[in-house]
Design a protein around this ligand. Structure first.
Ligand SMILES: [Zn+2]
Ligand SMILES: [Zn+2]
Length: 243
């Protein structure tokens, strides 16, 4: 299994879990063409596209994906907001879904609109956890092989930006109840079962309120694991066996 990163920011999110004979797209925030390029235009190997929530950096191209025949799995709010009329499945929390050999368990996150995280299992990757656009996660998971988790901002960098007049005060209030602060990311990792984890991938770093090197170093220090920040164009080996 390979993880291919098409984009991971407020400008557009897109990720592909690509196995030998099938691929699962996560988020529809980049143009379908970018996803096609990443899989050598072999769209027939795509078994579906998971969409976490209705914001355009995650769902902006969901209708384009569905229109091309990609089954979109998303909350009802997303299907309605994006006018998707065919090639979709709606998420009900507590239910599991199967797309090809990918088993998917959506769970509720805490954003400013309804938002889903995903526990994804495939024989070639083991359990993959995907969490973004949430200020916290009330669940913990065991036996994970790979973790993709938002590390959006650092409160001290944000506060400096506000004090220096680069950002309005109201920004802090919004972020506190919508996105993952680095200390929350670290707390989640610290309190998770990391025994079998091979990769931790930090998602959706803010343009102005984050520091990539610091975030990666801090998460490495807390977990003792391989940590990278997601950037467009990256390909990461997502094998199933523990290192
Ligand atoms: Zn977002
Ligand atoms: Zn959002």
């Amino acid at each position: 299994m390979e993880l291919k990163i098409l984009g991971s920011s407020s400008h557009g999110n897109g990720y592909i879990l690509e196995a030998d004979n099938e691929a699962l797209i996560i988020e529809a925030g980049v143009k379908l063409l970018e996803a096609k390029k990443a899989i050598n235009f072999n769209l027939s190997k795509v078994v579906g596209c998971l969409v976490s929530h209705q914001h355009n950096d995650h769902a902006g191209n969901a209708l384009e994906y569905a229109s091309a025949g990609v089954i979109v799995l998303a909350l009802p709010e997303v299907i309605i907001a994006k006018n998707i009329e065919r090639n979709y499945k709606t998420i009900e929390f507590g239910k599991g879904y199967k797309m090809g050999n990918f088993k998917i368990l959506p769970f509720e996150l805490m954003h400013d609109v309804p938002c889903a995280g995903f526990l994804i299992e495939h024989p070639q990757s083991g359990k993959v956890l995907f969490i973004t656009d949430t200020y916290a996660c009330k669940y913990r998971f065991t036996g994970l092989s790979h973790i993709l988790i938002e590390a959006n901002y650092a409160d001290d960098i944000l506060t400096d930006n506000i004090l220096e007049g680069r950002l309005p005060q109201v920004m802090r209030k919004r972020l506190l109840t919508s996105h993952m602060e680095i200390e929350s990311t670290k707390e989640f990792l610290r309190s998770s079962d990391l025994k079998q984890v091979r990769n931790i991938v930090l998602l959706h770093l803010s343009d102005g309120n984050s520091n990539e090197k610091r975030f990666v170093d801090e998460c490495k220090a807390v977990t003792g694991k391989k940590v990278v920040a997601a950037n467009a164009g990256m390909v990461i080996q997502f094998g199933a066996l523990p290192l």
